[in-house]
Design a protein around this ligand. Structure first.
Ligand SMILES: Nc1ncnc2c1ncn2[C@@H]1O[C@H](COP(=O)(O)OP(=O)(O)OP(=O)(O)O)[C@@H](O)[C@H]1O
Ligand SMILES: [Mg+2]
Length: 218
């Protein structure tokens, strides 16, 4: 299992510096919440932690892997094996059904979906998605799409899960189901969870909260 070390991350867009040297550590098995105002740089930071965005300076180590400078091919491999990532705006594949979207990390990694049948059934039923498995994302509600994106990040049993506002579109029952799922994975299997959240209730599921303000940690 792997600690995550974020050191001195800087990132600019169009000559405007968004992150000014952010450093912190997430111990293996932690459940960390990242809060902060809209526009403070949370999604940028999470994207850099997950190798979705490249920083201008600094390092992100997941165990002994330097995510920030990993070649694209190795990043893709990391994402379909050890890492689960949930985008704020889901990024589902429109031409694939819900079932195919959820199974995607397995298929990309050459694993047999049938070996993950029980996990798939359990996850989809727990998050109330059983009825929409053969539908396409555009026919789903925002909350349904969000749950599909979350399951796609969990199906391959990653050791680290990064989520950008995972309950932003969910009603309270589904939000509770998702947070319970994450807490269980964290408590029972030691999965490291890092979530960006606006919700105090959501943040409380974690064991630690950090706040980002104007691109720096408070
Ligand atoms: N690709 C981009 N190009 C230009 N500017 C960007 C880009 N991505 C983010 N920004 C800017 O960086 C700042 C931080 O954005 P970010 O998405 O990280 O904020 P956030 O804390 O996640 O906000 P929210 O809570 O609204 O999701 C914003 O001012 C945003 O406009
Ligand atoms: Mg954001």
């Amino acid at each position: 299992m792997s600690d995550i070390t974020v050191s001195e991350i800087t990132k600019s867009f169009d000559d405007r510096e968004i992150l000014h040297g952010v450093s912190f550590t997430v111990a293996s098995g932690d459940f960390l919440s990242i809060t902060g105002e809209s526009g403070s740089g949370k999604s940028t930071l999470l994207g850099i932690m997950g190798g979705v965005l490249r920083p201008d300076g600094g390092k992100v180590m997941i165990g002994d892997v330097d995510v920030a400078s990993l070649p694209e091919k190795d990043l893709a491999k990391l994402r379909r094996t050890r890492l689960g990532y949930v985008y704020q705006f889901f990024n589902l594949i429109p031409t694939m059904t819900v079932r195919e979207n959820i199974l995607l990390p397995l298929i990309l990694d050459g694993k047999k979906p049938s070996l993950y049948r029980d996990r798939f059934d359990e996850l989809t039923s727990f998050t109330h998605l059983t009825a929409v498995l053969d539908a396409y994302p555009e026919t789903l509600s925002g909350g349904e799409q969000q749950r599909v994106a979350i399951l796609r990040a969990l199906i391959h049993d990653p050791e680290v899960i990064l989520l950008d506002e995972p309950t932003g579109n969910l009603d309270s029952e589904n939000a509770r189901a998702v947070m319970t799922l994450l807490s269980d994975l964290n408590a029972k299997y030691g999965v490291t969870v890092v979530q960006v959240t606006h919700s105090e209730q959501g943040a409380a599921y974690g064991n630690r909260t950090i706040t980002i303000k104007d691109g720096a940690l408070l």
